[in-house]
Design a protein around this ligand. Structure first.
Ligand code: ATP
Length: 297
């Protein structure tokens, strides 16, 4: 998912005013080139408060001409559903989730939220309704409080703290040298992968979007940290449409739909039991990757 890091920087374009208001604008500039890869269409309208219906319709994407990272990908997620994306490394999972917030636009096909082509709505209205939670979550060289408030400028200190409690990160912040005023990010207090992820969860709680995009990669986490992250994520997903690059057995078992990608194409889709019966790529992935989690229990 590291490759999303650059494009996620483009998300920050939206927040220039916010960032200026927070006095962190200068600092963002130090770390992000602010180059936009996508822009509002001249006729773009505001995406109305989303119900959270997602539809990928024959989406293809090529980073380089003729070399498709995604090819003819179609699936839907109904409001409140969890769609798990699984597939081998390089299958196109990160590329796919990035399309939902228009980090990239399809080379062919459409991505729609509540029936609106995401290319036809303003980036700000789209991205205000989609939250990304990954370990790559961006931290400004600013205080923890500023980093959190970036998700919602008018949040009170009490709301920030409540979100952090829900994300199981409050105690960690409270124990930092200056609590919520501790500087983090480049040259600031170092945060672990799990702490960054929980801060991203707290941001998502503050933002309260209808659509969540998660990468469950938990490779950097110790088991205690992982348990906290999982508990916070489970709560966060309730009642929201979630697109998740799934690494946890419990996520794939409970997903409403599993989309199996291989070399940029959807090779299978369905629920866990249906896919196991097909004895295809999912069944193989399940036995090699996910079933290991069972043995560990
Ligand atoms: P992983 O599980 O390893 O994170 P993934 O399933 O998320 O992989 P993607 O990162 O979406 O896969 O990559 C899909 C394909 O697109 C790969 O062949 C990858 O090399 C290519 N790719 C990804 N990002 C870029 C980029 N910025 N420029 C060129 N090719 C890219």
């Amino acid at each position: 998912l590291g490759r999303l890091y650059g494009p996620i920087g483009t998300l920050l374009n939206l927040h220039v005013e916010v960032a200026t208001a927070l006095g962190v604008f200068q600092r963002i500039f130090e770390y992000e080139d602010m180059e936009a890869e996508v822009a509002d269409a001249p006729t773009a309208s505001e995406l109305p408060a989303a119900a959270g219906h997602i539809a990928f319709d024959r989406v293809s994407y090529a980073y380089q001409q003729g070399k498709y990272a995604l090819q003819d990908v179609s699936f839907t997620a109904l409001p409140g559903e969890v769609v798990a994306i699984v597939g081998p490394s390089g299958a196109g999972k990160s590329t796919l989730i990035g399309m939902l917030a228009r980090l990239y636009d399809p080379t062919e096909g459409t991505v729609a939220v509540d029936g609106c082509d995401v290319k036809e709505v303003t980036l700000s209205s789209l991205r205000s309704q989609v939250a990304f939670v990954t370990q790559e979550s961006f931290l400004f060289h600013a205080s923890v409080r500023e980093n959190l408030r970036f998700a919602r400028l008018d949040a009170t200190d009490e709301e920030l703290e409540a979100a952090c409690r829900q994300a199981y990160i409050h105690d960690t912040i409270a124990a930092m040298p200056y609590g919520y005023d501790t500087m983090v990010g480049e040259r600031g207090h170092r945060l672990s992968g799990g702490e960054r992820q929980r801060l991203a969860i707290a941001r998502a709680i503050l933002k309260n979007p209808r659509i969540l995009v998660l990468d469950e990669a938990t490779s950097h986490l110790d088991s205690e940290s992982e348990a906290f992250v999982q508990a916070a994520l489970d709560k966060l997903m309730l009642g929201r449409t979630t697109l998740v690059i799934a690494h946890r057995l419990s996520t794939i078992l409970s997903a409403d739909r599993i989309v199996v990608l291989e070399a940029g194409q959807v090779v299978e889709a369905g629920r866990h039991d249906e896919l196991l019966e097909r004895e295809g790529l999912y069944a193989r992935l399940y036995r090699t990757q996910f079933a290991k989690a069972l043995e560990a229990i």
